[in-house]
Design a protein around this ligand. Structure first.
Ligand SMILES: Nc1ncnc2c1ncn2[C@@H]1O[C@H](COP(=O)(O)OP(=O)(O)OP(=O)(O)O)[C@@H](O)[C@H]1O
Length: 308
């Protein structure tokens, strides 16, 4: 495996902003089946503007349920039983996400917060060209845009994710897996949202393509300053790319803190167990991941926030 870090050392990777773009307070999500499943239990966390927050935990711990709830994409039998989700807009407004009407939600999604789904390769419409998918999303939010503006913006987002704009005329099946994923990321950044939630966006890809994409995501974040919630069970990967990491266990956030501290001195026994379950972490790769790759400024040296 190529151990070259996906982090660009020159990037401002250590930013740890005081300003918050999203606050989740005491969120509980229940699947109303028999017996009911509490998939997310009393979860609280804040997302800082421009940071990459890793959300880790083994399969079934509630990561996807949490992400869907934040985007209000959960469907019955899932129900948000309690809690608050507040989006802090760049212009100073606070948006109560759980109180949004359908029209409010349509305006909120993609524009303020976008999501790249697990298995995003299948999330593109198979019978529509890339051009039409980008155009439809753009015009749904910016109906006043001219055809030339739509064309220019579509070309621009593809270039941003390193896809040749000549691909605008392609159907999803004509693209490689990595390229489809890039197109999904282009869709997600089309309206310059302040948050992108990525649920296992690279899992289905081979390691080389995965690392290229991760570099791309970090580069885009550095350039455009959106916050990323990156969901995966791959804790070593998160240690490499995240500013902070939240660890979920059975629906609860059991640990939340800067990635480097999590690596050096994880507090929760479950986090330590997760770290130990990746043997490579205690070997060369572990030393590599956190050594000389991320220059951690003193400002990040804050105590781990336990239990969020
Ligand atoms: N439609 C459903 N009905 C009942 N229970 C569900 C439903 N969807 C998910 N669950 C349960 O909710 C819990 C959390 O699932 P969730 O998919 O959010 O976990 P996850 O951490 O994202 O897992 P993975 O990494 O495998 O996607 C699990 O116990 C799961 O079985």
């Amino acid at each position: 495996m190529n151990l070259t870090s996906v982090r660009d050392k020159s990037s401002d990777s250590g930013r740890h902003r005081a300003d918050t773009v999203l606050t989740i307070e005491n969120l509980t999500v229940v699947y109303e089946v028999e017996p009911p499943v509490t998939a997310v239990r009393d979860a609280s966390l804040t997302l800082h503007r421009g940071e990459i927050l890793g959300l880790a935990g083994e399969s079934g711990c509630g990561k996807t349920t949490l992400a869907y709830a934040v985007n209000r994409l959960h469907r019955p039998p899932a129900r948000i039983a309690s809690g608050r989700i507040t989006f802090h807009d760049r212009d100073g407004d606070d948006i109560d996400v759980l109180a949004l009407t359908d029209a409010g939600l349509r305006a909120f999604r993609w524009e303020k917060l976008s999501m790249v789904f697990q298995g995003a390769m299948n999330a593109l419409n198979p019978v529509t060209t890339v051009r039409a998918q980008l155009r439809d999303t753009l015009l749904a939010h910016r109906p006043g845009l001219s055809r030339a503006e739509v064309r220019e913006r579509s070309r621009e987002v593809l270039r941003r994710v390193d896809v040749d704009p000549a691909r605008l005329g392609s159907f999803p099946h004509e693209l490689s897996g990595g390229m489809r994923q890039r197109v999904m990321i282009a869709m997600a950044m089309l309206l310059e949202p302040q948050i992108m939630i990525m649920d296992e966006p690279t899992t289905a890809l081979d390691v080389v393509v995965q690392r290229e994409l991760l570099r791309e995501i970090i580069r885009l974040r550095d350039a455009l300053d959106f916050a990323v919630v990156f969901i995966t069970h791959d804790l070593p990967l998160l240690l490499e790319i995240s500013d902070r990491i939240a660890v979920m266990l059975a629906g609860e956030i059991v640990e939340l803190g800067p990635a480097d501290q999590m690596y050096r001195k994880a507090r929760h026994p479950y986090t330590r167990k997760l770290l130990e379950s990746f043997p490579s972490l205690s070997g060369a790769r572990g030393g590599f991941i956190r050594t000389g790759v991320v220059d951690v400024p003193a400002s990040r040296d804050v105590p781990i926030e336990e239990g969020a």
